[in-house]
Design a protein around this ligand. Structure first.
Ligand code: FAD
Ligand code: FES
Length: 260
């Protein structure tokens, strides 16, 4: 039952870097089937519910990758193994069926990396060639997250890191780097997740290369099951929690024209 929180327990926590955290949550007495792009809503007792992308899934253990921005994520960062939670999962739709061809470029900014970790794994399992581009503002996180990615991703994934402060990897944004790599490698498809301004810039550049990327959007999610209407994708008829969060850019152009 999608809308009902399932009992879960925290299995493992890891502070990957100054900014980014990893949390493994085991769903008690349930096996979960989900794909990249799908997400969960974590119920934090007496506080709030927060949506998080599935960053990995092994049997009934789900991993998330996040940063602290407010009270909810602060609470998440303080959880320890054994902490009990309620989670609604899986929500939204997987995007793997939308992806064209065999040479896929995944482009992520900040915590947009979460669904791309899951996608890298599943796309490689289905025989695709995967290039992952990740951008983050500060080099203080970049090296540690890069090492983490090398540890958990399949060895065949080509990982590139960009930093805005030029202290590690490519000097510039994930979009600048993705554009250079896409011109060189001509991917069959591009999938991207990150802040809206980053996605807007990415689609501009990719359209110059005749690529209509898949973009993962964010809106306010409450019920998670299409009942409350809070997650309507601005300027479109779509609900993020049932139709998304992944869309072909050409089907959600008004979202990018809509003022925030
Ligand atoms: C489908 C979906 C998937 C998501 N997946 C992830 C994920 O994998 N990892 C992750 O870290 N986050 C993810 N988010 C965002 C995450 O849900 C929010 O960051 C979280 O709910 C914030 O809760 P809070 O109580 O900590 O902060 P709040 O009190 O809700 O917000 C505190 C402040 O932070 C700002 N803020 C909120 N969200 C963000 C954000 N993403 N980036 C920067 N500032 C923000 C708010 O505008 C506010 O000013 C996802 C959101 C959606 C809708
Ligand atoms: S969150 Fe309620 S309709 Fe999507």
């Amino acid at each position: 039952m999608k809308g009902v929180p399932r009992p879960a327990v925290v299995e493992r926590t890891e502070r990957i870097s100054q900014t980014y955290y990893w949390l493994e949550i085991r769903i008690i007495e349930d096996v979960i089937e989900a794909g990249p792009g799908q997400f969960l809503v974590i119920w934090l007792p007496r506080l709030k519910e927060i949506p998080m992308s599935i960053a990995a899934l092994n049997n009934n253990t789900i991993s998330i990758f996040f940063k602290v921005v407010g009270k909810g994520t602060q609470r998440l960062a303080k959880l320890s193994p054994g902490s009990r939670l309620g989670v609604k999962v899986p929500l939204g739709r997987s995007f793997t069926g939308m992806v064209n061809g065999d040479k896929i470029m995944l482009v992520a900014g900040g915590t947009g990396l979460a669904p791309m970790i899951f996608a890298s794994q599943r796309l490689v399992e289905s025989g695709k060639q995967v290039v992952l581009v990740w951008g983050t503002p500060s080099s203080q996180d970049a090296e540690k997250v890069h090492s983490f990615l090398k540890r958990i991703l399949p060895g065949t994934v080509e990982v590139h890191v960009a930093t805005d402060d030029c202290g590690y990897g490519f000097c510039g944004t994930a979009v600048d780097l993705a554009y250079e790599l896409a011109r060189r490698d001509k991917p069959s498809d591009v999938v991207s997740a990150g802040p809206r301004p980053m996605l807007a810039s990415l689609v501009q550049r990719m359209r110059g290369l005749n690529i209509d990327p898949i973009v993962l959007l964010e809106e306010e999610v409450r019920c998670g099951i299409g009942m409350c209407g809070s997650c309507i994708v601005r300027g479109t008829p779509f609900l993020l929690c049932v139709d998304g969060p992944a869309f072909r850019y050409s089907s959600v152009v008004p979202y990018f024209e809509h003022k925030i």
